[in-house]
Design a protein around this ligand. Sequence first.
Ligand SMILES: Nc1ncnc2c1ncn2[C@@H]1O[C@H](COP(=O)(O)OP(=O)(O)O)[C@@H](O)[C@H]1O
Ligand SMILES: [Mg+2]
Length: 355
Amino acid sequence: MTYLQLDGLNKRYGDINVVESVSLTVEQGEFVSLLGPSGCGKTTTLQMIAGFTEPTRGRILLEGRDVTRVPPEKRGMGIVFQSYALFPHMTVAENISFGLEMQGMGAADRKRRIGETLELVRLGGLGDRYPRNLSGGQRQRVAIARALAIRPKVLLLDEPMSNLDAKLREEMHVELRNIQKTLGITTILVTHDQVEAMTMSDRIAVMFGGELVQVSTPFDAYEKPESAFASGFLGKTNRIDGRVTVRNDRCCEVQSGTLSMKIPHNNRACPEAVQIYVRPEKIRLVSPEESRMTSTVSARMFLGSHWALEVDGDLGRLRISVPNVGVPPPQEGEPVHLGWQDDDMRILAHEANHG
Ligand SMILES: Nc1ncnc2c1ncn2[C@@H]1O[C@H](COP(=O)(O)OP(=O)(O)O)[C@@H](O)[C@H]1O
Ligand SMILES: [Mg+2]
């Protein structure tokens, strides 16, 4: 059964719809991310789910019950905001206790619950500290503990890791995902960080201009983007202009420069003007016999796990990612033969560039 349902949510400020017809169903225990650039309406959507912002139109259902007009404190949601504002004059334990007292939990139960929750976020024994005596990462975990302690029906996270440095953020991704799975807690994360969304989510809802443009598993979001925006926002991609010459049962024949390519159309309509998308890691350096085209290396960068190449050829400039297997690839100015599979390409209707 659907656990949380957003049904045609709309939010209008003045004469601008900042959130438009957002519909999404979330299963119990599922981790769903709202992923999109700054200003696309993620926080507004989350605030509507939390109950702090009233939708202009649409409904929110929790366990089949319409909660659209239910006040935030009666929705049973745990919330962690970007600025994890802890009460500075309260200890860690008191911070966590606050929500439990609001729920009317007795002192003995509160003590046990605080202890359990601190263990869960690996802060056991730090209950008596004050927030100012904690590191950024620890404070952030207290904020998560505070949200989790009340055993919320849904955990709502708004860019909770954005104040942490990169390494700590990566650790928190794994840790938070483990906690979420252990508790089986339904979670919605708002983020503009595609790596964060991909590492933690069961599904990603890609948002652009107030609308959900794609809802899918992280793998499908990356491998089968349904829009130019989704393709460009999740990871790097090469975009090549092309013209459809023939459409068969399974493929379109697409012409670009001097190259003709057969590209699966996955039963989507193909207009004549299309863009071809191919990920940098799908293009391989191959032998002349396997070559689809020859290009010249124009830039070569070493990134440890892989090399990033830029090559110039018949399709214009392409980015290529070559795994580091111990042998450096050809240098700037040298020719390379490039190969990739038909299935590695996607075609989408020609769209204006939105990065
Ligand atoms: N209270 C408000 N009044 C007017 N405009 C708002 C208000 N809150 C948000 N907005 C606008 O709505 C858009 C979406 O904001 P927001 O949901 O915060 O985006 P995101 O979280 O994706 O960065 C932005 O253009 C923002 O300026
Ligand atoms: Mg936001």
